[in-house]
Design a protein around this ligand. Structure first.
Ligand code: AMP
Ligand code: ZN
Length: 135
């Protein structure tokens, strides 16, 4: 059984701040910044690619609720909501979870986005490949 399934089952301790039928939210054991929390599905899904859309919808609403709650209590006013899916994306626990990471002035945390240049033709090609219509 994975570490988050054990936490959901209460087999190992955690600092739980929220629970409903589908999710728990706990404080991350490694507080990247103060208030770093994880929303974890109660059911085991390996990652976002396995998440049912209905669960994802509930997750979105809960993420907004908890983001506002944590910001309200800790007064951060800034936050990264982050999901790592797969080892190349930095996932280390293979049970779906969303990071809520409050951000503060000079908190030392670095998230870096590269700025790769594409030609207009490359953008058009990529857009054509990725375009998707609503079902
Ligand atoms: P990720 O790298 O996106 O898979 O994130 C996994 C997160 O789980 C890391 O931020 C860890 O610090 C956190 N973590 C691992 N074990 C525990 C635990 N027992 N309680 C709370 N957080 C944990
Ligand atoms: Zn699990």
């Amino acid at each position: 059984m994975c570490v988050f399934c054990k936490i959901v089952n209460g087999d190992i301790p955690s600092h739980k701040i929220y629970e409903d039928d589908d999710f728990i939210a706990i404080l991350d054991i490694a507080q990247s910044t103060i208030g770093h929390a994880l929303i974890i599905t109660k059911k085991h899904y390996d990652n976002v690619f396995a998440l049912p859309e209905e669960t994802a919808g509930k997750l979105g609403a809960l993420a907004v609720k908890l983001a506002n709650h944590i910001n309200g209590v800790l007064g951060a006013g800034n936050m990264n909501l982050l999901n790592n899916a797969g080892p190349l994306a930095g996932q280390t626990v293979n049970h779906f979870h969303l990071h809520l990471i409050p951000r503060y002035e000079n908190d030392g945390m670095i998230i870096k986005f590269d700025n790769n240049k594409l030609t207009e033709a490359e953008f058009n090609d990529l857009r054509a490949k990725l375009e998707i219509t609503k079902k």
